[in-house]
Ligand binder design. Structure first.
Ligand code: 5GP
Length: 178
């Protein structure tokens, strides 16, 4: 079956929103030392763009590698840490950078995990949110776009490890032809 990619958010739309988020975060963390925690793999593109849209000298970047177990395209909320932070975060202002909050189980788990390490504050920045599928309530402090319940790919997001390199966000459709 042939597959077709339908654009949901263009590279231009994403770029503009990322710049806006960067400006807001810059303003909010003016007098702080910001620790950006980019959640791998899905947030590597968003994280790289967002980091460059944040105009702060007092900012460091760290990565948290995760793998969530689920059936097909849905997550179970059971998260395995595949790569831990490189430094402690106690007493620091942490901003978790996520690609998408779907059921909310993954981010709720990461919040619990990071809070055990006694940061001064932890906030969440997510590029996408699918409220229709929420299983737990999570406060997203900085949100790019709210989207419908569709499985999206591109701009870091994959389907079976493909499509992460697309510069836009799209939906995969099978059109039934060869
Ligand atoms: P949650 O635990 O909130 O249900 O899911 C979070 C994780 O599931 C995301 O970090 C992402 O890896 C994956 N995920 C959820 N929805 C989508 C989607 O529409 N597309 C892709 N590619 N991954 C998704």
């Amino acid at each position: 079956m042939a597959e077709r990619l339908v654009t949901l958010l263009s590279a231009e739309q994403i770029g503009e929103r990322v710049r806006e988020l960067g400006q807001k975060i810059t303003k909010d963390y003016q007098d702080r030392f910001l620790v950006l925690v980019i959640v791998l793999k899905g947030s590597f593109v968003f994280g790289a763009d967002l980091a460059r849209a944040i105009d702060l000298r007092d900012c460091r970047i760290d990565f948290l590698g995760t793998r969530s177990y689920g059936e097909g395209t849905s997550s179970s909320g059971v998260v395995q840490i595949t790569h831990d932070l490189s430094r402690p975060i106690d007493g620091q202002d942490v901003l978790i950078v996520e690609d998408i909050v779907d059921t909310g189980l993954t981010i709720a788990h990461l919040l619990d995990l990071l809070r055990t390490r006694k940061p001064r504050s932890v906030r969440i920045c997510s590029l996408l949110h699918k409220p229709a599928r929420a299983k737990v309530e999570v406060k997203i402090d900085y949100l790019g776009f709210t989207i419908e319940d569709r499985f999206v790919v591109g701009y870091g997001l994959d389907f079976a490890e493909r499509f992460r390199n697309l510069p836009f966000i799209g939906v995969v459709e099978c059109d039934g032809t060869r």
